[in-house]
Write a protein that binds this ligand. Sequence first.
Ligand code: NI
Ligand code: MN
Length: 229
Amino acid sequence: MQITWLGHSAVHLASSGQSILIDPFFTGNPKHPEGFEDGLERLDVVVVTHGHEDHLGDAARLAKKYDATLVAQYEICMWLNAQGVESVQPMNTGGEIEVGGIRYAMVPAFHSAGVIRDGEPKAMGDPAGFVVTAPDATVYHAGDTCLFSDMALIQRLYRPKIGFLPVGDRFTMGPAHAAIACNEFLELDLVVPIHWGTFDLLHGDPEVLKRDVKRGRVHIATPGEPFGL
Ligand code: NI
Ligand code: MN
């Protein structure tokens, strides 16, 4: 599996001929690597963890441009379907589906979800995380969440080896809490901090995660630079 962090919570996965984007926040993301989309020849699946603008991002535009399938909670699928995304795979927490030989499990996250339209909040379902199981790797993208001990259940059910955990603090857990997730609940070989450094409001420092994690290797990724396990 080839993995590319694209700043914030945006991640590209390439495995078994499938090209997958999770939370593709490109437009307005100051850490988005310039030129990434020019090199993106195909896109099969777009995953959205929850209905906040910094995760919905360019999902609708990219799904339409590449004729990709949207994997997300029911409300998000229906909303983007009405915006012209034709191929949708609506699901909900606890469910697992297969698209293109890769499995997608929706798991809990503790956060909120909604978009603001004309100054009014519009509910957009519940937040979630995803476990993506490809033949060569199993990846847990936690979405936006606080620390919760049922991450142990995610470990038991799906046994992910690669984890994308938010560490920016304020809107999600910070690095000290993410380290507890790694040390006590998950058994990851590779931990990649996300949702940090995008904006000044996100003050969580990924180096703290690197210092505190005792189980697995922490990779502080550079946006646009691919890596593997
Ligand atoms: Ni959020
Ligand atoms: Mn967010």
